[in-house]
Design a protein around this ligand. Structure first.
Ligand SMILES: [Zn+2]
Length: 59
């Protein structure tokens, strides 16, 4: 399942399918942002175990 920029996915962590950068979607950042690194707009949801290991907060 993939999500795109400006969609409203379930809260959680997502990873850019182009470069692997992770972003978090929560109450503050509810719409999926574009990738801060490569400006891609497609993401895959990150599983909980991956999020703990690789999580990187994007401000
Ligand atoms: Zn990217």
């Amino acid at each position: 399942m993939t999500y795109k920029t400006n969609e409203r996915p379930p809260h959680g962590a997502y990873r850019c399918i182009e470069c692997g950068t992770q972003v978090k979607v929560d109450e503050v950042n509810y719409l999926m942002p574009e990738c801060p690194f490569c400006k891609s707009n497609e993401y895959k949801q990150v599983k909980d175990d991956e999020r703990i290991k690789n999580y990187k907060e994007v401000k």
